[in-house]
Ligand binder design. Sequence first.
Ligand code: ZN
Length: 209
Amino acid sequence: MEKMIDLLTRISTLYNIPQWAVNVGAITIFIILVAFPFVAKKLLEPKYRKFKQMSMYNVLWRWKYKKEDIVGLWCYCPKCLSMLSCDDENCRATEELQEKITFFVCHECGGHEQGRVVGGDRRYAISLVKREVLREIRTGEYIATMKAFKDAALVEEKQEEVLEEVNPEEIPQSEEVLPVEPTTEVQDTIEKTTSEEHTVTTEEKKDGI
Ligand SMILES: [Zn+2]
């Protein structure tokens, strides 16, 4: 370190450059050298490496890449994004393919089924999704899938914003609120939400909760 400081001082004296400028230059070069391998790796990365999630069988699938391989592929709840459980117990009890069913269950959402695959157990389901991911990468379809995914997320975000705006709890009670006709979009959202809530209540009643 002392040798380094000595060298920087000598450069400063030799070329008549202020000491602080030499120090800043040295630090900048050091940062570039350290960061270069990471930046280069990111830039040279194939485009499909950004394709890390998609919807299939009504649930969300996420994975990572290790070299050319797809690793850590698992399903997540489309509503709360929690990891799902796979119930494939029935697959061992039957030889009939149509009776072999894997259910994707979210414990965070009341243990309800979020989706299912007919024809095999969880390994079968994962192999089907993996095959689809590889096919989309091969054909380039993954670009459209990624875009659709992004658009859907934006729509959801907007809907949440609209819901927050129309939530009466958000309005301070001391302020006088003038009656405003909700827009068609807002009305649709409210109706949709109300019907969804109703469905959940009915289901819960059926389950005896
Ligand atoms: Zn959930």
